[in-house]
Ligand binder design. Sequence first.
Ligand code: SIN
Length: 415
Amino acid sequence: EYKDIKMKHTKYSAVIVGSGIAGLYAAIKLHKEAKLEDGLLIVTKSQLIESNSKYAQGGMVCVMPENKLDSCTLHIEDTIKAGAGLTDAKVAAFISEKSAEVVKELQKLGVDFDRDENNKLKFTKEAAHSVNRILHAGGDATGFCIENALVKYLMSQKDIDIYEQTLAVELLKDSKNINRGLITYNYSENEYEIVETPVVILATGGIGQLYKYTTNPDITTGDGIALAYRAGAIVKDMEFVQFHPTAFALGENGTMFLISEAVRGEGAKLVDKDGHTFMEKYDKRLELAPRDVVTRAIFNEMKETNTSNVYLNATHISEEKFEKRFPTIFGTCREYNINPSKDYIPVSPSAHYFMGGIKTQVNGKTSTEGLYAIGEASCTGLHGANRLASNSILECAVTAFELVNFLKSKNLEEN
Ligand code: SIN
């Protein structure tokens, strides 16, 4: 269908599609550590900084030796329980064991996780975690802080080409089913390009915008997964979509602002319009039951009371403390005249995360040679049927890390 269109033809050693945490971290590591004779290209649909990762609030799981209450065994158990037993236990173990190493690397790249007055890393809790093990940054702006640090680092490097406002529209393969590159389309210039490369890395995120209500930004349309599927790659667990229990139920359109689970981690209660709690009817872990359980409970309450939302009661947290711990959430609530330390916050469930995706190994290898997927676009098996909170940024970082190690171990130019 492109045969009549004149296209530029370029060649790169590797092309990364998507500029969330997985894509940026893979780009930085590849550029630092691998031999890239024909250079590295990042293709991104909007601006480099815009991604689903940027909106992640709560944090990133890390099993740190200094966190004496925690262990990989506990983290793996929590991940499997939250995933309804469908998690791949080997993948969970691998990712958990790598967490401290990737966090150290991210810190070296400029990511500052929040620390207490003694300069010790702070660990918070979210649903279905048996201990506090979640690192956060900027209070409730973890995704933004990591993304921003990686963008800054990347921009300080030479020789990485970046195509913004550009879509990947087709993956190219040869007759032996080996990846040969892709076709890109820059929609602001109306230009197509054939990009020849032995390594295509899809870091294109999830599918939230396929739903009427989602916490994901406009760009999260599942196109990377569709591209891979059309090119014959195997996809997996396509029925597993996670709905976050507490999206902000005030707003103008279907893209909903998130009220982080960390607010419940700090003790906030779910209540009906009369201030009555209801989670005791559904699960003994109450507000910190796994996300799918809390979402179904809220949905049921909304149906039974014929209302379009329930509320989060965080009034036990003082205004000063709330603003300091959750500056982004505080700011948005105030825009809507809600003071979280005095008023209930209206919340309802919203599509949030896709457990399924392009079937990969933990190093991003797909069923198609030369095609890799990392982050939310991939399905490593870590999340089973329901992702444990804050395991997603961890998975982005570990899959990027492992992919680069794999590519280094194989001569990139050999493909
Ligand atoms: C949240 O902050 O509630 C979201 C964290 C996540 O999706 O892992």
